[in-house]
Design a binder for this molecule. Structure first.
Ligand code: ZN
Length: 313
């Protein structure tokens, strides 16, 4: 990416899309070992899929109850494609991760209907990438980050896997506005307006990414406030056309002040995903560190010291 102003805006937005990558802190995590994942009985090919309940995901509440994700390990051709990721380009990181999900993930709804990775919530992307990694490298190849325990000062290794992830806390004020049937929040405002809000899926994320790239090519600066808010306001959709986004933009620009202030604040509370890594030190204290990628985003599937590991001396 060059350093001109429009591209900075694009990158900012893409970073927002990749909010999972940002630093933070929290507690709870779900730790379902791989052995508890049920292998799928029916197989469409010789590839082995595992079923995971969506309740395990950071955005788990936004899938209908009983929805399963069918996930398989990455084959060498998928790792080859991923290995070319540009670690300094957020757009490329998102694209390559999406490519991995396209190959390895599908959605199975309680009514038996199958969906693709496009129906996966955008903020679940990183969690699923690490889930695929766990399935792919079951023999080891752990990715670790080192930090020092604040209590005893000994060096602690934290592994990048589900059992060490801690997630963003979601503001409990949102809970009572959650609707189980629509898997979205429904807000009624004092100004009489009503809004339905839900985290966007990857299909919508791709539509907005295409839009940003097009605007950028046309030397236009995207409206970042619009791009922050509107993807959350398209429940039930997995895509939107360029003209559709343009028309949403003109509605957005005419929005009343109270509605804008409310939505800006509500959507500001909707950060999900992996915030920190945590583990317990041998002294018994909990140790936390920021979520990060040792060896960059490529290092998730590319073995860093493969030369040393695999050369026969
Ligand atoms: Zn310690």
């Amino acid at each position: 990416m060059s350093d001109n102003k429009n591209e900075m805006s694009e990158e900012e937005y893409l970073k927002k899309h990749l909010s999972d990558l940002e630093i933070g802190k929290n507690q709870f995590n779900s730790d379902i070992p791989l052995s508890n994942a049920e292998p799928i009985v029916e197989k469409t090919s010789d590839l082995h899929y595992f079923a995971f309940d969506t309740s395990e995901l950071p955005c788990g509440k936004f899938y209908p109850v009983g929805t399963l994700l069918q996930v398989r390990s990455a084959q060498v051709r998928e790792i080859q494609a991923y290995s070319m990721v540009d670690d300094n380009n957020f757009y490329d990181i998102v694209e390559k991760m999406n490519g991995m999900l396209q190959s390895c993930v599908r959605v199975k709804y309680p009514d038996g209907k199958l969906g693709s990775y496009l129906e996966v919530r955008d903020q679940d992307r990183l969690f699923l990438i690490f889930l695929i990694r766990e399935l792919t490298f079951q023999q080891g190849n752990s990715l670790t980050v080192k930090t020092n325990c604040k209590a005893c000062n000994s060096e602690v290794q934290l592994e990048l896997k589900r059992s060490c992830f801690s997630y963003y806390d979601v503001d409990p004020k949102l809970d009572k506005f959650y609707n189980n049937h629509t898997c979205s929040f429904k807000f009624r405002l004092k100004n009489g307006k009503e809004f339905e809000v839900t985290p966007p899926n990857i299909g919508l994320q791709k539509s907005f990414t295409d839009y940003i790239v097009k605007e950028n090519n046309d030397k236009k600066s995207p409206n970042l406030s619009f791009l922050k808010i509107i993807p959350f306001m398209l429940p039930g959709r997995t895509s939107i056309t360029y003209d559709g986004i343009k028309s949403k933009l003109s509605e957005f620009e005419q929005m009343d002040d109270i509605s804008f202030q409310f939505l800006n604040s509500a959507i500001g509370k909707m950060t999900f995903g992996i915030k920190e890594l945590k583990t317990t030190c041998q002294c018994g204290e909990e140790v936390r560190t920021d979520m990060q990628f040792p060896n960059g985003a490529s290092g998730i599937f590319v073995i860093h010291d493969a030369f040393e590991a695999y050369i026969k001396e």
